[in-house]
Design a protein around this ligand. Structure first.
Ligand code: NDP
Ligand code: 2IT
Length: 453
């Protein structure tokens, strides 16, 4: 199939998608990236085309939208909007996180649910794709306010979820505290103790290693890419963005594997520590972010030599590896070029869709080791899948068992990307193409088998 006919098919497909889903920029962006790498494959496989698989895969099975009313500490009644996007359950119950952030819109949750469908397929586990959340802002709220909000949200959400239906988890703004409040309310309402959420506390059905899984998995994937070239992350300079769950455990694993981590950030700006973050400094970051919920500037006040760059992102600091672990579109096309100009060798995406599409194009064209989110950050949902298995078996595996399985899953995802993304001419791997095609096939074949459902 010629490139120009594939390109015009993509444009035609996207025109229809944009018309059906106006003003959903993030959703358009996520679908376009997938359509660009899938279209030549679909045009070569007429069965997918005839059955309208891509058209059906870009339409969520359903979206639930509801009001969440709660009372703040001053006694005021507050109301937020919440969603659950049940995107595709062809290969298993819907599975994906809940995000609490003021920027949450239907477009963001549709992009995340769409990506999740491919990511979950890549893990090899029986999980469909879903995502949910609210425009609630947990920042600055008391524990009591967060608890009342979570209880109210679950009062409505419980109608739509279940261990064989839809299993939410955490994402931005939803961590151990929020999952605990949500699970407690579900248990009270239904009088059932069952695995309807993942990321639970270790004493009530949570899995060892779930907290660390996304960050560790992101670094394992990066190491797999280096090993493909006979190299390693050891000794490399690493840029991390974010300072939440994914960032913290990416930093931890990168340091453990002998890399030098120079940066981390939050929405106020970034920290540059030219001496590198060590175990003691990481313990400070964990206390700052996981316990005190403070701002990154405190790190520069505590450790000499570290600088705080207000309102900036870390991508102009020279390094060999970048691990974007904060949020979508946090690497612009211009920043991607700056990374390349400074000699970046690998980018492993801990966050979902952190790179703008022209940045993705620049990384792929430069043939650096570019691990797209749906492959590189699949470790989190993979261990969520292991948590579901343990809950169903009513037993729990130890840390080594879970970590061993996580490493194996990340290795398998890497191998699938190589299988479908290798360039026969020069042996390089286009991980974007590989992840999109490998993730697609499993879901598409299930949809074909079901007929017109
Ligand atoms: P957290 O809430 O723990 O941390 C988010 C971090 O990103 C914070 O440092 C936050 O800074 C920063 N951030 C969030 N939004 C923005 C923004 N608009 N601009 C600048 N900085 C921002 O979330 P996670 O670590 O769980 O999630 C991070 C990314 O990883 C997301 O893209 C998520 O979808 C993805 N992901 C998460 C998984 C998980 O298991 N948790 C699994 C796979 C992917 P601040 O506190 O100032 O807002
Ligand atoms: O984006 C993601 O993969 C997550 N936020 C984790 C989802 C999950 O169900 O563990």
């Amino acid at each position: 199939m010629s490139t120009s006919s594939s390109n015009s098919e993509v444009e035609q497909f996207m025109a229809g998608l944009v018309k059906r889903n106006p003003h959903e920029d993030e959703f358009h962006q996520a679908v376009r990236e997938v359509a660009e790498s899938l279209m030549p494959f679909i045009l070569d496989h007429s069965e997918y085309r005839k059955a309208q698989i891509l058209e059906r895969m870009t339409e969520p099975d359903r979206v639930v939208i509801f009001r969440v009313t709660w009372m703040d500490d001053a006694g005021n009644i507050r109301a937020n909007r919440a969603w659950r996007v049940q995107f595709n359950n062809s290969i298993g119950p819907y599975k994906g996180g809940l995000r609490f952030h003021p920027s949450v819109t239907l477009s963001i949750l549709k992009f995340l649910g769409f990506e999740q469908t491919f990511k979950n397929s890549l893990t090899g586990l029986p999980m469909g794709g879903g995502k949910g959340g609210s425009n609630f802002n947990p920042k600055g709220k008391s524990d009591g306010e967060v608890m009342r909000f979570c209880h109210s949200l679950m009062t409505e959400l419980q109608r739509f979820i279940g261990e064989d239906t839809d299993v939410p988890a955490g994402d931005i703004g939803v961590g151990a505290r929020e999952i605990s409040y949500l699970f407690g309310q579900y248990k009270r309402l239904k009088n059932r103790f069952t695995g309807i959420l993942t990321g639970k506390g270790l004493s009530f059905g949570g899995s060892c290693g779930r907290r660390e899984a996304t960050g560790y998995g992101c670094v394992y994937f990066c190491e797999n890419m280096f090993q493909q070239r006979g190299e390693s992350i050891a000794g490399k300079r690493v840029l991390v963005s974010g300072s939440g769950n994914v960032a913290i455990y990416s930093i931890e694993k990168a340091i453990e594997m002998g890399a030098k981590v120079l940066t981390f950030s939050d929405s106020s700006g970034f920290i540059h520590d030219p001496d590198g973050i060590d175990a003691e400094k990481l313990a400070f970051i964990k206390d700052l972010k996981e316990v005190r919920r403070g701002r990154v500037i405190e790190y520069a006040e505590k450790f000499k030599g570290a600088e705080f760059h207000e309102g900036k992102r870390p991508w102009h600091v020279p390094a060999e590896v970048a691990l974007p672990c904060a949020t979508q579109n946090e690497i612009s096309g211009e920043e991607a070029r700056a990374l390349l100009d400074n000699g970046i060798q690998a980018v492993s995406e801990g966050a979902n869709m952190p790179t703008e599409l022209n940045g993705v194009h620049a990384f792929v064209k430069a043939k650096i080791l570019f691990g797209p989110a749906k492959a590189a950050n699949a470790g989190g949902v993979a261990v969520s899948g292991l948590e579901q298995s343990q809950n169903a078996l009513r037993l729990s595996w130890d840390h080594d068992e879970v970590d061993g399985r996580l490493k194996g899953i990340m290795r398998d995802i890497h191998a699938k990307c190589v299988e479908y993304g290798s360039d026969a001419d020069d042996g390089s791997v286009n991980y974007v193409k590989g992840a999109n095609i490998a993730g697609f096939i499993k879901v598409a074949d299930a949809m074909l088998a079901y007929g017109a459902v």
